[in-house]
Design a protein around this ligand. Structure first.
Ligand SMILES: Nc1nc2c(c(=O)[nH]1)N[C@H]1C(S)=C(S)[C@@H](COP(=O)(O)O)O[C@H]1N2
Ligand SMILES: [Mo]
Length: 199
């Protein structure tokens, strides 16, 4: 048996306890988009949830604004290795949106205006872990960063936080999204450095 001191291989390094392995700190807020930036006016915006049974739930912008919002401060970790700490967002929790949705599905495929998709387990959307966010640092979310609204799921790599979010498809079987189909990790936990398939 090798000599391994407990704690040495811990999740957080002593040098940068707030940074997942392989990440560096950035102060600015890079824009990472595959393709053009969709412009979605709020009066045309709709967010839908479709269950594994085909049942459809829809929220207009006014519906979203009428729900109780939350303001949270979270760290962002991009798979291209930048991390930005202490970002503040306002949005509606997925706990609130999925509260009255009848489903037993385990998987979610998130769809964006413009065609981007990303997948994650339904349980990662619940328990105060994910929001439909529409304000960043107190201001309306800029189109480049996903405005009018994006998914925010900060405990996973940022590619899971779909910008210009349009809806969530609930599925019994996992289905890979855009980057997951291109070799990125199905789950994408930054603390376990799950960047690519097989990590
Ligand atoms: N619709 C959509 N959402 C997306 C992307 C995209 O290309 N399209 N890129 C993802 C990736 S790889 C990252 S790192 C973050 C970047 O968010 P930002 O541009 O606000 O920094 O958005 C994610 N969400
Ligand atoms: Mo990314």
């Amino acid at each position: 048996m090798g000599i391994v001191s407990p704690g040495f291989h811990g999740r957080r390094s002593a040098a940068a306890p707030e940074l997942p392995p392989g990440q560096y700190l950035t102060e600015d807020f890079p824009v990472l988009t595959a393709g053009p930036t969709p412009r979605v006016p709020t009066d045309a915006w709709e967010f839908t949830v479709v269950t594994e049974a085909g049942q459809r739930y829809a929220w207009s912008w006014a519906d979203l604004m009428a729900l109780p919002g939350q303001t949270v401060t979270v760290d962002l970790h991009c798979v291209t290795k930048w991390s930005k700490l202490g970002t503040t967002w306002t949005g509606v929790s997925l706990d609130t949106l999925l509260e009255n949705v009848e489903t037993a599905a385990d998987y979610a495929l998130v769809h964006s205006y413009g065609g981007y998709t990303t997948n994650l387990p339904v349980e990662d959307l619940l328990d105060g872990q994910a929001w439909i966010a529409f304000k960043y640092e107190g201001e309306d979310l800029a189109p480049a960063h996903g405005g009018p609204a994006r998914l925010l799921v900060p405990h996973l790599y940022l590619w899971k936080s779909a910008k210009w979010v349009r809806g969530i498809q609930l599925l019994n079987e996992d289905e890979p999204g855009f980057w997951e189909s291109a070799g990125y990790h199905d789950y994408g936990d930054p603390w376990r450095e799950q960047r690519y398939q097989g990590d």
